[in-house]
Ligand binder design. Sequence first.
Ligand code: NAD
Length: 480
Amino acid sequence: MTSSPLAADLYIAGRWSQPAHPRSFPVSDPATGELVAHVADGDLPDARAAADAAAAALPAWSATPPRTRAEVLRKVHALMIERLEPLARIITLENGKPLTDSRAEVRYAAEFFRWYSEEACRNLGSVSHAPGGGYRILVQHQPIGVVVLVTPWNFPCAMGARKIAPALAAGCTVLVKPASLTPLSMLALADILTEAGVPGGAVNIVPSSRSGPLVDHWLHDPRVRLVSFTGSTEVGRVLLKSAADQVLKTPMELGGNAPFLVLDDADVDAAVEGAMVAKMRNMGEACTAANRFYVGAGIYDAFVRAFVERMRALTIGHGLDEASQVGSLVDAATRDKVDELVRDAVARGACILCGGEKIPGPGYFYPPTVLGEVPVDSRVLREEIFGPVAPIVRVASEDEMVALANGTEYGLAAYLYTRDLAKGLKLAERLEFGMVALNRGLVSDPAAPFGGVKQSGLGREGSREGMQEYMETKYVAVEW
Ligand code: NAD
């Protein structure tokens, strides 16, 4: 599917540059194994150069009028929509997802620039009387400074956009470390940022095959004030420890284990439609992906029959093929973990209702799979699947459903289907998750606060709250 491999350099101080140690690492198309690009491999001297550039750009960018910053961000949105096709193709080539998913990702990513172009001018503070009288309490929000952004491979464009847009809107300058499996989508954004008027040094992108040392170097640079991370809970813990040395602010978007609850009174067609989106968007490679299905005993058979039919009908193929609805998973490790979880559930007594076998290569394809009557001690219900597998459990009561749903260290997203909205809202309050989708299969929206509780993370991205993460609150006690 590819012609000759691309060469991709580091993006530092608004320019493309070679790494100090001339090394590169390969990026391949997971669907074919073909080489897509040689990517410049950033190391500590490059990390230092990028931090110097971000620190140098900070005074001017943070002093740029919010309206000017807003117009730059708005231009980024427009250029991303204009170049939606090439951006989507890059996502598919390096990640494996179908083009329809990639196009949706570019639109979602671009929307963060539009939303934060609007928010940039709404940095509101307050003035109040001190309760004891005498003076005034003046509160304002100032950009926190240079920030480090570390992003995962599953949404290689959107996870960067969700951080870069609010950081720039707030007046911060940024250091981006994209996922080593999928750095091209972030690099593809660099020229758009330049063209839209983001000044040199305000955004620096440094891919690296040695993520640990590179990010650690930044977290110990005294000019850095925040690290925003999206990725696994395991790596999140490492960064939280490292960030403690300089007491950095640490918004964290970590792993999930989303339950999908179908109550006996749910509309079966709507629940199946929602299940398809919650499970199969990105082939299940999403932190918000429905990971386990708890279905009322009264609706179990009808739901499972209709869901299996839809899952079986999906077309598997290379993501660049317009007919493909299920592309390749990102790498062998991801595909093998999915298969391991299926084997474990089957060994414990689950039955395979469709799929359930690895598809021979090239590529890391796994078929849409539904597992029925899954025993509650199965690993597939406790661990992030990150693949197109839906394990279903038959549950006798709503209380039991809520208890099963909450029985995890994760707390990112939950889905709930019922025709009784009042009951749904009451149950939503009892679900220990940062986000609950009620009669919907999708929660992500740039205008909504995205984030988890428990070990799924700290802080929120998107909405007004997302920009506040990149600001410090300054209080001035004023004698009038
Ligand atoms: P990962 O944790 O392996 O890697 C994420 C990023 O961290 C990558 O850029 C990687 O190169 C870098 N990294 C790895 N080790 C590092 C270290 N020691 N120090 C610094 N950086 C390091 O995650 P992944 O496999 O890329 O992504 C999948 C995970 O991301 C899943 O757990 C998923 O749930 C999570 N995720 C969460 C959200 C959310 O919003 N909560 C969104 C998308 C993905």
